[in-house]
Design a protein around this ligand. Sequence first.
Ligand code: ZN
Ligand code: ZN
Length: 306
Amino acid sequence: MKWTVLVDNRTNNPSLEAEHGLSILLETEMHSILLDTGASDVFIRNAERLGKDLSTVDYVFVSHGHSDHAGGLKHFMKINDKAKVIVSPDAISGRFFSKRGNLHSITTAWPEIPEERLLEIGHSESIGDDIYVIAHIPHIHPMPEGNQHLFVQDKQGQYIQDDFRHELALYTGGLLFTGCAHSGLENILAACPLPVNTVVGGFHLLDNHESEIMLSELSHRLTDTYPQTQFYTSHCTGNTVFAILQDVMGNKIHPFSCGTTICNMTDNISHAPRNLRLGNHHSLFREAQHSFLCEPSGLPCRRVLE
Ligand SMILES: [Zn+2]
Ligand SMILES: [Zn+2]
């Protein structure tokens, strides 16, 4: 499999546009999956510049309801007439706000999605035989401090703290995509019943929120609990946070930016499932993978702030 960052907050490629958002194209042997759509149509322009044909995408996965991940969906629906849309019903119905700086809406303007293309996910389930979507992630480990700025508006117009029921994670072939990881990276990993070789996404660890000690302890827990896992992050992971995580995690954590392409080589090593109660999902964990960087990337680079 191969994944390519179409949109991120950071770019070090002058021909690619950055924005506050995330969109990644994941190409496997069986599927072309668009992981989030960024905030606008920037991901489409960047895909053209990278020679990626988005009309052949067969699944688009929307990790949560915030407009920096789902805002590009209305543009995608104009250039692709077949992809199934994987999304939580709570993402579509929710009204989302941020109180970071001035109170502002981060609700998505959703396009019309034909019923036969809409895969609303209300509980964790397999799609086909090689994609597993995780929903309603239990919050047993600490949640990101940056969530304190994020609210949903109830029917009475009151702003209540977001509980992130609208957040999904996607797993296929050893890769776990976390979107923004508002539910917390450890919670998402704990909710995944399959062996994870590679974690990709924002970690929602904003600079000046978690203390250095908290971040250092988190890094140790991640490396101790998931010694075989590689972590790739950017978007809502701060530069200072990344440096602190990398101090502990070393070559287990990597930055990405617009245009980063990672190829995962397949080993065909069988893994025993961890606490698997999902029925027959053998193809989900059939392959072990090694990653290598196809295109150079790295921090620091030009960055778009929220
Ligand atoms: Zn978000
Ligand atoms: Zn985000």
